[in-house]
Ligand binder design. Structure first.
Ligand SMILES: C[S@@+](CC[C@H](N)C(=O)[O-])C[C@H]1O[C@@H](n2cnc3c(N)ncnc32)[C@H](O)[C@@H]1O
Length: 228
């Protein structure tokens, strides 16, 4: 297990200041009640993992025990997390779960890996929080190998009165929830990316207002896309 700042992560284009810095949210995160139904969704994200996998915004490492369960023998697991308070807890979670993780201080918008590096990229409740979701998605596509999978579990903006409520709550919510936004149209963003083909997308009944609905899915980087 390493909390490394390897050379690639400290190149100028990958350096960043530490304004992803939410000590209170990080301290509370493991104590927040997670609906039991989330277990099945985390299992979905970590199913049959093999090859090189990257987890975006791993937080305190909630996914790690599921990754141990879902891994096949040849898994090489990487994770990024820009918040130092979250990352510290993730180091402990990796140790506790016995998962070897190459954990780096980086943002999804500027991944410290070469093109075509990963067989699988995972995002669990991360695109609600990243500062620039379009840039983060471009990076996912860039680091995925052609044919590689992007698996996600995200809460997205709702319709109707729930959507109106989310818009009203969003300014307060993002202050108390570590920068999380309630109103993002994350699935449309994913589905609309021309380099990604949809394998499956499902709405899952796991959460309560205001962080609802929750959607999970798998997209695959097209074999023949040409990155710009
Ligand atoms: C709601 S938490 C989810 C944590 C974890 N993925 C999980 O499943 O419990 C969102 C995480 O995204 C991280 N984050 C914030 N900005 C980010 C960025 N630009 N790139 C990657 N992760 C980011 C936060 O620090 C936080 O750990």
């Amino acid at each position: 297990m390493s909390d490394s700042s390897p050379d690639s992560a400290t190149r100028p284009e990958h350096r960043h200041d530490h304004d992803v810095d939410h000590p209170f949210f990080a301290a509370c995160y493991d104590h927040l009640p997670e609906p039991e139904a989330f277990e099945a969704q985390r299992t979905y994200l970590a199913r049959d993992l093999s090859g090189r996998a990257l987890e975006l915004g791993c937080g305190t490492g909630h996914m790690f025990p599921y990754v141990v369960e879902g891994a096949s023998g040849d898994l090489e697991y990487h994770a990024i997390e820009p918040d130092p308070h979250m990352r510290k807890r993730a180091v402990e979670a990796a140790r506790d779960s016995g998962l070897a993780v190459d954990l780096r201080d980086a943002r999804a918008e500027s991944l410290p890996y070469p093109d075509d590096s990963f067989d699988v990229v995972l995002a669990g409740v991360v695109f609600c929080t990243v500062q620039d979701p379009d840039a983060a998605l471009e990076e996912v596509v860039r680091v995925l190998k052609p044919g590689g999978e992007f698996r996600f579990l995200e809460h997205v903006g709702a319709d109707g009165w729930r959507g109106t409520g989310q818009k009203l709550l969003d300014p307060v919510w993002k202050r108390v929830a570590g920068g999380c936004h309630l109103t993002r149209d994350t699935v449309a963003r994913f589905v609309g990316h021309e380099a990604l083909a949809v394998e499956e997308i499902d709405r899952v009944d796991v959460s309560v207002f205001p962080a609802t609905p929750v959607v999970r899915g798998t997209l695959r980087r097209r074999e023949n896309d040409v990155l710009g």
